[in-house]
Design a protein around this ligand. Structure first.
Ligand code: ATP
Ligand code: MG
Length: 281
């Protein structure tokens, strides 16, 4: 059990993100390594906008407990265990994922074989199934938020823009998440009836994009040389008709990805359907 932030020795910076830095830290008493994510709240006026989502992230992390989700062992606010809003940094002590993120893995290996992607997809689906049972929509499924441990197991991380459905906790809403992996109904709610969309369908779309990216070795919705700006991405997500599918891909893989990347969320496969899909089962 980690009782105080001062028990943790910072060893290295392992990641940077929106408003946060992630360190590898060593806990002497338990002789174990952890990952420490620190959200700086009062620096350069970024405080106010981040505090509420950070509190929500802490709330979600404290509630979830699953082998498919990166575990959070403690949350500290200003060095003290969190209980309410008293300003300062918020720190999350998380299980350390030695293998880094899927983004790092893809940078190293460029492409992954289907057998690996199948295992990966199954774990992500099991994670999403668990989150649904907790009424949590992740909303930012992308390679840098899927982490790998030393056993090669993938887990979902980063609840920075997540959202609790039909619950007491409201996240920082619209425009949350990384637009590249966003579903049509979130990018253009008017055209794709996003107002009454099943929010979990957005996570399925994102997962489909990630799985296709793993097989192709590049972001699948843009052609080579296309700029990943908002307008180009929005067109590709909402109007792009042809999905580039590797010729050698198995028919199971192709069907799996097509079921995820169905533009109309009503026709898209659900997490439960996909768990029985031949590509993963
Ligand atoms: P982004 O905007 O890129 O998603 P973020 O601010 O949301 O970043 P995180 O996604 O939590 O922050 O972490 C950023 C990076 O730090 C990750 O992509 C990963 O490389 C590394 N990282 C985060 N948590 C861990 C962990 N528990 N173990 C190992 N590395 C981690
Ligand atoms: Mg992240």
């Amino acid at each position: 059990v980690i009782k105080a932030l001062s028990d943790l020795e910072k060893q290295a910076v392992i990641g940077h993100g929106n408003g946060g830095t992630v360190y590898k830290v060593y806990h002497k008493k338990s002789r174990s390594f952890y990952a420490l994510k620190v959200l700086r709240l009062n620096e350069n006026g970024i405080g106010i906008g981040i505090r509420q989502p950070a509190a929500l992230e802490a709330e979600i992390l404290k509630r979830v407990n699953s082998p498919y989700i990166v575990k959070c062992h403690a949350v500290f606010d200003h060095g003290i265990c969190i209980e309410g809003d008293n300003g300062g940094d918020i720190s999350f002590v998380m299980e350390y994922m030695e293998g880094g993120s899927l983004h790092d893995v893809l940078r190293q290996h460029r492409r992954l074989p289907e057998e690996v992607i199948s295992v990966l997809a199954k774990r992500v689906l099991q994670g999403l199934k668990y989150l649904q049972s907790m009424h949590v929509v992740h909303r930012d499924i992308k390679p840098s938020n899927l982490l790998v441990n030393d056993k090669g197991e993938v887990k979902i991380a980063d609840f920075g823009v997540s959202h609790v459905v039909e619950g007491k906790f409201e996240g920082s809403d619209d425009n949350a998440g990384t637009c590249a992996y966003m579903s049509p109904e979130r990018v253009d709610p008017d055209r794709w009836s996003g107002a009454n969309a099943d929010e979990f369908a957005g996570d399925v779309w994102s997962m489909g994009v990630v799985m296709l990216e793993c097989l192709l070795g590049y972001f699948p919705l843009l052609g080579p040389g296309q700029k990943p700006d908002w307008a180009t991405l929005m067109c590709a997500i909402c109007f792009g008709e042809k999905l580039e599918m590797p010729e050698k891909a198995s028919s199971q893989f192709q069907n799996f990805v097509r079921r995820c990347l169905e533009k109309d969320w009503r026709k898209r496969a659900t997490v439960f359907e996909l768990l029985h899909h031949p590509f993963v089962s």
